[in-house]
Unconditional design. Structure first.
Length: 380
């Protein structure tokens, strides 16, 4: 989990306990002109402090959604890196396939998410899709694939899988905008999306019609607010999600979990101001565990997780070795978020893990300040 903190902490650079203040009221603005109504099936995003494109109907379905502008801000911090690299480098077939459909991953994607649908995941992308009819051209670039048009904006094709041939379905549903939108740049960027592209059958289940499993306009806001309600400030949200019932630890079951992450522009805090950012980082995870764990149980789990993270992070740190004093300073900042910025709360069956940069006091930053001054002085 500390690795996640480090990743999102980069977004802060790119753009002791304290009493929580009330969450700020989100700033919304209405469209300049009436938005045309879509005739036929469509997806209506949920607008709260941020934008959420897809929400499952079942409150216990495992689901997540990541705002792509947040991801892009983190990845593109390093000069020369592009948000699309993590996708296009998986296979040489991906870039030409996307080009055939006139999809630019660095400009056209608003959000990526998925939910548990039977034997495996269903995934989706909210994006600007200028030519939905070119999805067929995209699929034809994949060797051995013969796409079929099942219905308007609905395609299928067969592909080999671990259990033999599987039938994969793709649907492109237009987005029905109309509600007032958050004013922040990330939300305004997401609001450029025109369609949600749904992909099912990846694990062999076959066709899943998203409209039959998604929450309606009345219940979706409650689902979203339930998860993002963990945040002190849910504006400029990076991610949100729910985890359904699962095995947890020997003798314990995870009844449900919810998580959310945001990096709102709110003036910053001592740590983020030190690196020239006006954002703060807030990452929250609440788990409902049966039977109710004790503080001793928590401490044992914490020690186990810390040992595992240490083993996982060491190879990553080795990759950055020799990167210079500035890299060392950033790594120490991320470590500070995972220690001084961390807190937990145990109440009955509920265990909450929380990482916030506004918990870090100025007195904690003297060593980091010295490192940054040294880094600045050693830069040619």
């Amino acid at each position: 989990m500390r690795i996640t903190i480090a990743f999102v902490g980069l977004a802060l650079i790119a753009c002791g306990k304290s009493k929580d203040k009330a969450a700020p009221t989100p700033e919304l603005e209405k469209p300049d002109k009436p938005v045309p109504k879509i005739d036929g099936p469509s997806i209506t995003p949920t607008v709260t402090s941020s934008i959420t494109f897809v929400t499952p109907k079942d409150p216990n379905t495992t689901w997540f959604e990541v705002a792509f502008p947040c991801y892009r801000a983190a990845i593109e911090l390093q000069p020369g890196n592009k948000a699309s690299d993590a996708f296009t480098q998986v296979s040489p077939l991906i870039a030409p396939a996307l080009a055939a459909a006139d999809i630019d991953l660095d400009k056209d994607v608003a959000a990526i998410g998925g939910w548990s649908c039977g034997e495996g995941p269903c995934i989706y992308m909210a994006l600007t899709l200028r030519h939905p009819d070119k999805i067929t051209d995209m699929l034809k670039t994949i060797p051995g694939v013969e796409p079929k048009t099942v219905a308007p904006n609905h395609w299928s094709f067969e592909a080999p899988g671990a259990q033999g041939m599987r039938e994969i379905h793709i649907r492109a549903l237009p987005i029905q905008w109309g509600a007032a939108l958050p004013k922040d740049d990330w939300s305004q960027d997401e609001a450029k999306a025109t369609h949600v592209l749904f992909i099912s059958g990846l694990m062999g289940k076959g066709d899943v019609d998203p409209l039959t499993v998604l929450a309606d306009a009345k219940t979706a806001p409650d689902r979203v607010k339930d998860a993002e309600g963990l945040l002190k400030d849910a504006r400029e949200r990076c991610g949100v999600g729910i985890v359904g019932p699962n095995d947890f630890k020997p003798g314990f079951k995870l009844t449900r979990a919810r998580f959310a992450m945001s990096v709102p522009s709110n003036g910053g805090d001592p740590l983020t101001k030190l690196i020239g950012s006006s954002r703060t980082l807030d990452t929250e995870l609440e788990m409902t565990i049966d039977p109710a764990p004790s503080e001793k149980d928590y401490q044992q789990w914490y020690d186990e997780a810390a040992a595992w993270i240490g083993e996982t992070v060491e190879p990553i740190k080795a990759q950055f070795a020799g990167g210079g004093p500035m890299v060392d300073a950033y790594l120490d900042m991320f470590k500070l978020v995972g220690t001084r910025g961390f807190d937990h709360a145990l109440k009955g069956k509920s265990l909450t893990l929380s990482w916030r940069t506004d918990r870090i006091q100025e007195s904690d930053l003297s060593a980091i300040e010295a490192e940054l001054e040294h880094a600045a002085g050693s830069t040619p």
